[in-house]
Design a protein around this ligand. Structure first.
Ligand code: PRP
Length: 181
């Protein structure tokens, strides 16, 4: 692979082949569950677009897609995990089967907020599909129906995940050295 690894990388966690193989498996499960239904994938910008396109290519039923962006902020230790929508969906999800596509579920605040928000718009069903799940950092519980990989409590980059907005296009998922985070 010709992509120059950043000096701050400690090790590759998942190779391109491992990512591709696992996405195929998850896409097959999604195709089976939603066959004959009106599926819409909703990607949360920016990190999840790489996963969304890789996943969508492997899903064997017709799908729709839409995008939203969120801002996360904290006003202090007593009120962590405040989330608001910075860019909303373009279209209604009423009556549709919606799959929220994330690159990572971490504390769970973002996913919980989005599930509550989207549930109010009358979808037929609403589930989460995430590339990475870091359950060791969970603060609020959210139902993750489809996950590609559980990961350790380390800072990871690549395949959509950034470090200071860089390295989203790294084709592998890698762990950063603690002193480079
Ligand atoms: C990441 C990810 C989720 C959120 C998960 O987004 O895409 O939206 O963090 O974290 P949580 O479970 O602790 O709420 P990020 O804020 O890094 O934005 P980005 O996708 O633009 O990189």
């Amino acid at each position: 692979m010709s992509f120059p690894y950043p000096a701050g990388i400690e090790r590759v966690l998942f190779t391109e082949e491992q990512i591709h193989d696992r996405i195929q498996e998850v896409a097959a499960a999604i195709s089976e569950k939603y066959r004959g239904r009106d599926l819409k994938l909703i990607a949360v910008l920016k990190g999840s677009i790489f996963f969304l396109t890789a996943l969508a290519r492997e899903i064997e039923i017709p799908i729709q897609m839409d995008f939203l962006a969120i801002s996360s902020f904290s006003s202090g230790a007593n009120s962590p995990g405040l989330v608001r929508i910075a860019k909303d969906l373009d279209e209604s999800i009423e009556g549709q089967d919606v799959l929220l596509v994330e690159d990572i579920v971490d504390t769970g605040f973002t996913a919980r907020y989005l599930l509550q928000n989207l549930a109010g718009r009358g979808p037929n069903s609403l589930s989460i599909c995430t590339l990475l799940d870091r359950t060791s950092r969970r603060i609020v519980q959210v139902p993750v129906e489809f996950r590609c990989f559980e990961i350790p409590d380390r800072f990871v980059i690549g395949f959509g995940l950034d470090h200071k907005q860089l390295y989203r296009n790294l084709p592998v998922i890698a762990v950063m050295k603690p002193d480079a985070e």
